[in-house]
Design a protein around this ligand. Sequence first.
Ligand SMILES: O=C(CO)[C@H](O)[C@H](O)COP(=O)(O)O
Ligand SMILES: [Fe+2]
Length: 226
Amino acid sequence: MAYNAKIGPSILSSDLSCLGSECVRMMECGADYLHLDVMDGHFVPNITFGHPMVECLRKSVGQDPFFDMHMMVSRPEQWVKPMAAAGANQYTFHLEATTNPGNLIKDIKESGMKVGLAIKPGTTEELAPWANHIDMALVMTVEGFGGQKFMEDMMPKVSWLRSQFPSLDIEVDGGVGPDTVHKCAEAGANMIVSGSAVIGSDDPRSVIALLRTAVAEAIQKRSLDR
Ligand SMILES: O=C(CO)[C@H](O)[C@H](O)COP(=O)(O)O
Ligand SMILES: [Fe+2]
């Protein structure tokens, strides 16, 4: 069991006029990484930001914070090099957005980034053939934008992936917070994205600690059950 509990606030839920200081605040509150949502208004209905913003954020926060780029974009191939140059650490693309995941995985690795592979709620076992070639699988627990209700019916997908790929980093994203994290942790997710529940809280440090404890306890229980 090679994976750890990691908590990544989705900074889309923060005051976007202060993104740099919000990123620093999240890291100071104990975040393990930062989850940056890129939406192009085509693959999903909303528009957020692209690599110029990531480049500015990297300059503002320094080299340390790990940027997990959640690329909710059509044609993810076109942003690999710009995102790597801007300072992204992991490029998480959607399986639904490409016809050639193998080539894209290769390009991301050659650009020096880690590879994340995301699936929308309607996609299931299509991820499996790629699981041994990626660093992380992202199981979406909402459809398309922030602040929505957690889809508990995605948990069998997480459990199945965990049973098949015991060492893989598995991330969940969408509607995850103190009320829903236990279900994700028990299913086998170890990387927790949380936007509104962390950033909207008066005490983000405590929420991050609670999320991490829930996941760490589930990991420990799974290792004892083996
Ligand atoms: O990818 C996303 C939406 O598609 C966001 O990362 C996600 O929604 C996080 O926000 P919240 O925890 O508030 O749901
Ligand atoms: Fe996301």
